[in-house]
Design a protein around this ligand. Sequence first.
Ligand code: GTP
Ligand code: MG
Ligand code: ZN
Length: 329
Amino acid sequence: MNTEHIARIIAVHKERYALWDEEHGEYYGKLKASNYYHLSLTPYPVTGDLVKCQYNTMGDSVVLETLPRKTFIQRFDAWNATNAQAIAANVDEIFILTSANHDFNLKRLHRYLAACKQGRANCTIVITKADVCEYPEELLEKAKKDMPDEKILLISAVNGMGLETIREKMIPGSISVFLGSSGVGKSTMVNALAGRHVMDVNGIREDDSKGRHTTTHRQMVFLDSGAMVIDVPGMRELALLDAEEGLNQTFRTVSDFAECCRFHDCRHEREPGCAVRAAIEQGELTEEALQEYKNLQKEAARKERRDEWAVMVSKHRKQLKNTPKRRGY
Ligand SMILES: Nc1nc2c(ncn2[C@@H]2O[C@H](COP(=O)(O)OP(=O)(O)OP(=O)(O)O)[C@@H](O)[C@H]2O)c(=O)[nH]1
Ligand SMILES: [Mg+2]
Ligand SMILES: [Zn+2]
């Protein structure tokens, strides 16, 4: 008999969803077309979502409805500017990974932070592969100085350094997600925390430390403690989505001061009554923080222009589609 259940989406494949619930374990399902495609009653599920589902013993189960989300993280999709790409839902902890080799890049970390903070989850920055670096503490200090308000950890999956601290943050029943460029060691960390091989890992290129995009879809893994973790493929681009909100949190100080500038469109250069410049002169704000803030603003503006462009292109395509085809001349 078919019965309705609440299930967790643990992976999203091309047209099928991997689901899990306590009673049935892992199984596959497809979306109920009328609810999702025709009427758009409910958002498409992503990894981490809870869904209402009709369990089917004979074949694919039917996903009926996506339940309201506690949190939601998304990124801008480089190939489809009108669609933000969902990363995961109901995430409690986001770990942003960067490795202690060529990958280490403070600017990129700021970008990840800005995007993640919109999702309302807790963020922790993790510097991986501490074992490949002679003085890894120097990197940690550098990152802490740059981001004094953030939680930053130094770990190594090879010698186990810092893994316990991460494990403690992943409380039973909570969902964590690992983000970061390809090759930083996300899947390796999932395996280390699980204590067994659950995800494939692959070497990185020697010359520039770039990864090989080993993980290809978002996969939820259950740890023995009862915590859940989502391994995500390395991201090629993480641009800002709905950038304003995240921006204001990362650089709260810059935008706080900017609100007091005399002109509302102040560029914080030489305008009279600029509260941001005054704050810099008084040592309350650094020139670098302002520069970073401006860079992120520029990126947000660029994305907005790309979005507008994509909307125009898609309108144009629709028009072309609706134009009746001529049959010869
Ligand atoms: N020395 C050292 N190597 C590590 C560590 N963690 C991961 N690696 C190596 O880094 C390489 C890439 O690791 P993965 O776990 O596949 O990286 P990933 O972030 O999952 O990459 P994608 O799936 O491509 O996004 C592998 O060769 C790992 O063995 C570490 O702590 N120390
Ligand atoms: Mg991986
Ligand atoms: Zn100003």
